[in-house]
Design a protein. Structure first.
Length: 262
């Protein structure tokens, strides 16, 4: 059974881009509806009853905060889970949205891995809330994982997955590609990978890429954007954000402190 997903953003290219990314990554899993403002989104929430909503924070007529306030008025079983989209200069809005019950918060421009990771988390929550709407085989696998970790890798699937990640981290890598490489169901792979490594797929790849970037920063004189590309980041801005998040400093600061020969 498909999951109903409502995407609300006043920019058409963002609405269409999100739909394309999601349908490419989660083929057949979502039934998407696209709307251009909060008022239209609210009408569809009442009529379409989506399980998930992705909404921009700032929209005409009704913004994302007001939309979430309306959603909170619904009965708990009818409330969709909400992912908020926000620009860097809109953090105050985002904080208010989280207080209103937003489950995930993503910065624009949207990074595919972060979007897919957020959807994977909410999919897990939906399965717990509505287990009968999901594949019973996946439910059995989830129960088997409850015993999350020495028994998870009996077939060596996680070992092979990690080997694949380490061989391809510098490429355009996502969980669908890796789960396919070891012939595992996407949802089961997500659960098994976290049980085996203690990290989500996105967290693991981020840490690996930053570890490899640190090695390059210590011994290479290349530009920051070149190092970012070499370890799999599609732009230097995102690389800087993740590096600072994990290391507490910028790549350039790390280089100055740690470059060999200094």
């Amino acid at each position: 059974m498909t999951t109903k997903l409502l995407i609300a953003d006043d920019e058409k290219n963002i609405r269409m881009g999100l739909q394309a990314m999601i349908e490419r990554e989660f083929s057949g899993l979502y039934e998407c509806v696209l709307v251009k403002d909060g008022r239209e989104a609210w009408q569809h929430v009442k009529q379409f009853l989506p399980e998930l909503v992705i909404t921009d924070i700032r929209m005409p007529i009704m913004d994302g905060i007001m939309l979430m306030q309306h959603i909170r008025e619904l009965e708990p079983e009818r409330r969709p889970s909400v992912i908020i989209l926000s620009g860097y200069d809109e953090f105050q809005y985002a904080r208010e949205a989280i207080r209103c019950g937003a489950r995930e918060y993503l910065l624009k421009p949207i990074v595919r891995e972060e979007l897919f990771g957020a959807l994977a988390v909410l999919n897990e929550e939906l399965k717990e809330r509505n287990p009968l709407t999901y594949d019973s085989v996946v439910g059995v696998e989830k129960d088997r994982l409850a015993g999350a970790s020495a028994n998870v890798d009996r077939s060596g699937s996680m070992t092979r997955a990690i080997q694949y990640i380490h061989a391809h981290y510098s490429e355009d890598l996502n969980m669908a590609v890796v789960s396919n490489s070891v012939s595992l169901n996407y949802t089961y792979f997500s659960q098994a990978f976290k049980a085996y490594t203690g990290l989500s797929f996105v967290q693991y790849v981020k840490r690996l890429r930053i570890t490899e970037a640190k090695k390059l920063l210590e011994c290479q004189g290349g530009r920051i954007y070149e190092i970012a590309a070499n370890v799999g980041f599609d732009n230097a801005k995102h690389f800087n954000k993740v590096f600072r998040e994990l290391e507490g400093m910028s790549p350039q600061q790390f280089r100055v402190q740690n470059q060999r020969g200094n």
